[in-house]
Design a protein around this ligand. Sequence first.
Ligand code: ARG
Length: 548
Amino acid sequence: MTSVKKQIADELAEILGTTVDIEDIERPEPEHGDFAYPCMKAASELGENPRALAEKVAEETDLEVVENAEVAGPGYINFFLDREKYSKQILSDLESEDFGIEQKSGEVLLEFSSPNIAKPMNVGHLRNNAIGDSLRRILSFSGYDVTAENYIGDLGTQFGKVIYGHKNIDSEKNFEEEPIEYMLDIYVKFHELAGENPEVEEEAREWAKKIEEGDDEAVRLWKKFREATLEYHKEEYERLGIKFDRITGESKVYEEARELVEKWVEEGKLERDEDGSVFYEFDEEDIPGTVLLKADGSTLYITRDLYNLKKRNEEGFDYNLYVVASEQELHFEQLFKIAEDMGIDTEGSEHISYGMLNLPEGSMSTRKGLIIEQSEIFDKAVEIAEEKGEEEINRNLENAEAIGVGAVKYSNLSVSRKKDMEFNWDTALSFKGDSGPYLQYSNVRAKSILRKASSSGEFQQDFDDEEYRLLKKLSEFPEKVEAATEQREPAKIANYLSNLCEEFNGFYHECNVIGSDREEHRLKLVELFVDVTDQGLELLGIEPLEEM
Ligand code: ARG
């Protein structure tokens, strides 16, 4: 069904004889109608008087669902809808399987998480995981065929360091018993050692190189450490409800990446320097040039990404999305420019950039003197959720895990992704404000109303103002999902759900449901609220609960 907003936009376009951007149709305060359109922009385009245009629209509008169109101010047109007809349209959207969301088609490669391994994920990976996972859910829900890829950073000097450490440094930790702690320990000790003897850095680089060269011992150790880290990460992803369709890694593409650059050299597209390395210089002066191949023939991070891009195109993906921190903006600018220059299509490729997550305690753990691990943050959130449950809503929570995890995810998703964010334990875990626990709690409250009801809901009366406000808020869900899809922005859904819950709690405060003479009518609203919040939470990767 075409949304009412879209119907109004089409009608306006026809009457005005110009294009009407659906985004320009506003939702005014209730006393000014259900929708409003400012005619000023169209008037200046058409060289007409805005007020006269608004009058023309008011006169000619002929939509079933519009009860009345009024001219206001210097050129606004306010639309008042027939509540009953409007409610039928909303119902038919929200009760369809896709909630009336415009369905997209196309194959999407969505890359996210992609940690460097041989160490646990840390606070730096948290926002990525939250955004990436939510986008996987949102894009799939909008109809895309999504392949979620975890492109592991499994090459490079950090592995050389761990191998060097493993061979030369003693640790009280035991690899067989606690592999990740062991790797972390030798990694840290390596850095202490390198502080005194910088020459060990060179040895670590040698080991890293040996991996690429296929040296038996290096490859054997590398495999062992790689597997152990993946195993460790697997549990963490499971805890967070994160799924990938494939796990790849830099190690899977370095050979092809080298061959690709060598082919470009042969074809004369690139030149080798005297020492055998290949350096790429940009025409744009403000973009720093970059090495694509080292003198010893080994590849770099960007080289491997170049091959990846080409490969994903060949696999037939229509979109190639990278969820990677804003710190790597230059990397992606360079990557896409070089690719285009070399004739690799970058049409569907996008860097889905996001800002920093700042913790009030900083990013270093006092306990270990290392960067705070992602799991420590979730653990702490779960503990606080338990405490707050008792303090704020008087509950002994059995599902503190889902609430704590959801709270951290929500905080990360509700700030528009490009912005840096300050994490606040108190507000993130509160059941009362704009937070994950608040959304879960509102959803659970509505479910408990439904459990008490003896029948199911049905619209059967005229809508009073409170009911109508809630109904209208519910009707915004599909367009918020559409916006989140188009802008790759989970915050659109997170913020909407928070407003919706506020609206619902206001409604429930004002209106009796069970036992009122409008019980069935209002139950229908409660049911729709449960459907929308269940689905909305799902899209954020936050677990909707049955009880609290
Ligand atoms: N492993 C990299 C890091 O931790 C991120 C990889 C991002 N993805 C990519 N295709 N470059 O910095």
